[in-house]
Design a protein around this ligand. Structure first.
Ligand code: ADP
Length: 311
């Protein structure tokens, strides 16, 4: 089974307005409210691929209930740990022909007792887990090295962990002695990690991925948006070329790629197949308006057109 972990979920609200009037009342007829957070996007894509998945993390208040209900309605298994604080809203206002104004709540502050309760939930899930995904930021109150703690909890059960986070919580993992099986930085995240401005130049990418901080991580997928990906698997490097597609909304494509990696690891597929599935899911997501949505037809069509070359 695949377990997805979302420590800082949100209910994402999208308001679509022809024009945003500042300092005035704006009335909105087009409203969407969805269970959000990177890990929940990963969950939805794994579920749409008909794979067994359980979603866990922290939820509280009425918005926590909303997320539980929407997962149940979609037929997705979940086992979240309760917190006293309120799960947050993240608001995106789409206005004026393509402008997007976002207001992101910081979210609740987590207590030590709540983290302990969450670890009990995790401990119950570990025996059934083959692959785990850890996605997104950590809410306030949780130390930045908390993903290291989770990796330590999982290390005894030989669970393959796909980690998709950034900033200090990723650096803490890279500097620790417990390693995830896979990470999926995009070009900006890899540039930040290696203190240089990287492009799709393969020689520079190869050199960047051989830095000491990446030692011990078998699979590194550097996603390059419309340029596909550059991959390091053990001591081998791959260039991944994808076809041009008509993009509607690429938000959540990285999460869909993570879902593809997790499915491929769960099925113990060849590295070429893992990469193709991960790319095709990212691409399929980019052809939909909704975040964390794919369809089988475009996924299968894209997968046939992806080229994975060892270099
Ligand atoms: P992130 O969302 O983490 O920044 P990317 O934007 O690199 O990740 O997207 C992940 C994957 O989704 C890409 O490697 C690619 O397969 C697909 N993808 C994303 N954006 C596009 C695009 N504009 N055209 C085609 N494929 C895309």
């Amino acid at each position: 089974m695949i377990v997805t972990v979302t420590m800082n979920p949100s209910v994402d609200i999208a308001y679509t307005l022809p024009h945003l009037n500042l300092d005035q009342v704006n009335r909105c007829n087009q409203v969407s409210k969805t269970a959000g957070g990177k890990g929940l996007n990963v969950t939805r894509v794994i579920h749409q691929m008909n794979q067994d998945v359980v979603s866990t993390g922290l939820l509280g208040g009425a918005l926590g209930d909303f997320i539980r209900e929407s997962l149940t309605k979609d037929g997705i298994k979940h086992n979240f740990s309760d917190i006293d604080g309120q799960t947050r809203n993240c608001l995106a206002i789409l206005h004026d022909n393509g402008a997007q104004t976002e207001i992101l709540e910081a979210g609740p502050t987590i207590t030590a007792a709540e983290l302990k309760r969450f670890e009990q939930v995790m401990a119950n899930l570990l025996p059934e887990s083959d692959v785990m995904t850890l996605s997104g930021s950590l809410p306030k109150g949780i130390p930045t090295n908390y993903y290291v703690r989770l990796l330590e909890l999982m290390s005894k059960d030989s669970i393959k962990v796909v980690l998709d986070t950034s900033g200090q919580s990723l650096i803490e993992v890279l500097q620790s002695s417990v390693k995830p099986y896979a990470i999926k930085p995009n070009l900006d995240e890899l540039s930040d990690l290696t203190n240089q401005i990287l492009t799709a130049d393969e020689t520079a990418l190869k050199q960047a991925l051989t830095a000491d901080i990446f030692e011990g991580i078998p699979l590194i997928v550097v996603s390059l948006g419309s340029d596909g990906a550059f991959v390091k698997y053990t001591d081998r490097f791959y260039r991944v070329t994808i076809p041009k597609i008509t993009v509607v909304n690429p938000v959540g494509s990285g999460d869909s790629t993570v879902a593809g990696i997790a499915i491929g690891l769960q099925k113990k597929e060849s590295i070429e197949k893992v990469i193709k599935r991960a790319m095709a899911l990212g691409m399929s997501n980019a052809t939909h308006q909704a975040t964390g949505y794919i369809d089988q037809d475009s996924y299968q069509e894209f997968e046939k057109q992806i080229l994975v070359q060892e270099i």
